[in-house]
Design a protein around this ligand. Structure first.
Ligand code: AMP
Ligand code: MG
Length: 334
């Protein structure tokens, strides 16, 4: 029997999210609670503790928003890879528990692929290159020869991590990306000049570590404003992302670009992607912010795709895979 409604649990990093999605792609609930700080960063065991604290309330609200009970759920999916071990463990544990208690099948999904699949569900994109720009991940992904291949990626930290680290360095809290965006906008409105920063694209890959060191030193020197540095940081690193995305499109011959990940909420990044696509006669698609940031909806949707393609998972196999890569996933649903 095919499942009618799937409950997806997201816990790869800072967000505990529960999404409830029906077979036809209708979103019945999207509830999330994210770990934040006033000034410090993300410490894995503190984030995991946050997830434990909020999981009951998030689950209850999702079911109530959907107007259903656990007995209406036919499938449970959870983010199995990749992510922060202690955080992933909470999601996998909740999924196993619910599966066991209610006798509902469960399935583990890859978070990066979920971002691409939710873009295919919620935008007209059919076979896009995905620019996945999040806190911990930065990958340019596309479907080729039966798998989701990584055409370019960060060699060190994720782009969001870079924005958050710089934000922390200049005294903004976590998450820093939105605050950097606001400051950058101010500088842009005042026609601030671009401050030169390292531009690090190596082949199809990207590196952000040296840029962070460089810009932190510039701030420490006292010679530059917050606004000017945030603006220049965005212009530089977003250009790097767009360059590699464009080359992935040229290489694969694909004519659609979709965006995923929390940094994808950034309006300037979206604008740069759109301009690049227009220049090459391609189309750019940005799904709603609610699924760009981490969410249970995309986990539920990918769970349905996998289950309907015949995939099954025993409770004993519902273990986390923090380091599993996008291109290691067997894709049966396309
Ligand atoms: P994710 O890991 O996909 O949930 O995304 C979280 C990351 O997205 C964090 O590093 C945030 O700082 C970043 N982020 C969220 N909103 C924005 C924004 N408007 N501009 C830049 N980065 C953002
Ligand atoms: Mg994400």
């Amino acid at each position: 029997m095919k499942p009618a409604i799937c409950l997806g649990i997201e816990t790869t990093a800072h967000t505990f999210g529960v999404g409830i999605v029906a077979q036809d792609g209708k979103i019945l609930a999207d509830v999330k609670d994210s770990f934040t700080t006033g000034s410090g960063g993300m410490i894995p065991h503190e984030v995991a503790e946050h997830h434990v604290k909020v999981c009951d309330a998030v689950l209850a609200k999702a079911l109530s928003d959907a107007g259903i009970g656990m007995s209406d759920i036919r499938l449970i999916s959870f983010s199995q890879s990749p992510g922060i071990g202690p955080c992933l463990k909470i999601g996998a544990t909740v999924a196993r528990l619910l599966s066991h208690l209610h006798g509902i099948p469960l399935i583990g999904v890859n978070h990066c692929i979920a971002h691409l699949e939710i873009a295919r569900l919620l935008t007209p994109a059919k076979d896009p290159v995905l620019l996945y720009a999040s806190g911990a991940n930065t990958q340019i992904i596309a479907f080729e020869e039966g798998k989701y291949r990584i055409f370019g990626e960060t060699l060190d930290q994720g782009i969001g991590n870079l924005l958050d680290s710089f934000a922390r360095h200049i005294g903004l809290g976590f998450p820093g990306g939105p605050k950097v965006e606001q400051l950058a906008l101010k500088a842009r409105e005042q026609d601030a000049p671009l401050i030169e920063l390292p531009y690090v694209v190596k082949g199809m890959d990207l590196s952000f570590g040296g840029i962070l060191t460089n810009i932190a030193r510039k701030w420490d020197s006292g010679a530059f404003t917050k606004e000017g540095l945030c603006f220049s940081l965005q212009e530089t690193v977003f250009a790097m992302l767009v360059e590699v995305s464009e080359r992935a499109m040229a290489h694969t011959g694909k004519i659609e670009l979709a965006i995923g990940g929390g940094v994808g909420c950034n309006k300037r990044l979206q604008e740069m992607c759109r301009l690049m696509c227009e220049a090459r006669g391609a189309q750019f698609f940005a799904p709603p912010n609610t699924v760009l940031i981490d969410n249970g909806v995309m986990i539920a949707w990918l769970g349905l795709l996998q289950y309907n393609a015949g995939e099954r998972m025993a409770i004993a196999d519902a273990i986390i895979k923090p380091y599993l890569r996008t291109d290691e996933i067997e894709v049966r649903w396309r």
